[in-house]
Design a protein around this ligand. Structure first.
Ligand code: PGA
Length: 250
């Protein structure tokens, strides 16, 4: 059975108005590609660019997401510096990244992440919910315990169908180091069982993030429980991003 494969570009704190040409190149590649039914491309640029990109890129095959959301579950209010789900939605986002390790590091604890997930879902945004262990936790064989805790503490049962779980080992993000296939298979198999048992979901959507490139995506494609990728560095240039998509389907 064909399933949707997600290619999600996490631009982090990168890009400017000119970067729209990178997205335009992906659009023209995508238009030419025959089989567009089974994959979904989502760009998550910094918020200052989101609305501009959304207005310029009319192609329905490309979707957009934000990289953060206010935990305050209101549309508007006296909250300096906050951006509500409604505002993100109005800016053109249909998705939002929550729980990224680069955010957890500064200001996202379990409760904040839970509030953000609820805020997002209230605004009809789909959530790209990031989880991941650090190197020390991996070395101590605590990975699964950490991941399960990250999920349980922030994800309520009622929200399970609205999230894409992005497993991103912290030690792999931006390092060029990838987990072995055995390690990934173990993690995804156990997470799959955990999510089915605890959240009563038939088919959880799980993706992978951390140093994904056009070279290693072929191998990552062998792990059947991985339904796509959250891509940082290699998503900034259309050439490498397109190559990832192409190579995955080879
Ligand atoms: P990377 O980032 O692909 O540059 O490792 C992935 C991420 O942080 O989402």
């Amino acid at each position: 059975m064909n399933k949707t494969i997600y290619f999600i570009a996490n631009w982090k704190m990168n890009g400017n108005c000119n970067s729209i040409k990178e997205i335009e190149r992906v659009v023209s590649f995508y238009k030419k590609k025959a089989n567009t039914n089974f994959n979904k491309i989502i760009f998550c640029p910094p918020l200052n660019l989101l609305n501009y990109f959304k207005k310029k890129i009319k192609n329905k095959l490309i979707d957009f997401g934000a990289q953060d959301i206010s935990k305050i579950n209101l549309d508007y209010g006296p909250y300096t510096g906050q951006l509500s789900g409604k505002m993100l939605k109005d800016s053109g986002a249909n998705y939002v990244i929550i729980g990224h390790s680069e955010k957890r590091l500064f200001d996202e604890d379990f409760i904040t992440i839970k509030q953000k997930i609820n805020s997002a879902i209230k605004s009809k945004l789909k959530v790209i919910f990031c989880i991941g262990e650090n190197l020390l936790q991996k070395k101590k064989k605590l990975s699964l315990k950490v991941l399960k805790k990250q999920i349980s503490q922030s994800l309520e049962k009622k929200n399970i169908n609205k999230v894409i779980i992005a497993y991103e080992p912290i030690w792999s993000i931006g390092t060029g180091i990838l987990p072995t296939n055995d390690y990934l298979s173990m993690i995804y198999t156990k997470l799959n069982i955990f999510l089915k048992d605890k959240y009563k979901i038939k088919t959880p959507i799980m993706i992978y993030g951390g140093s994904v490139t056009s070279d290693n995506v072929v191998n990552l494609g062998n792990i059947s429980l991985i339904s796509g990728f959250l891509i940082g560095g290699a998503s900034l240039k259309s050439k490498s991003f397109i190559k990832i998509i192409k190579n995955y389907f080879i």
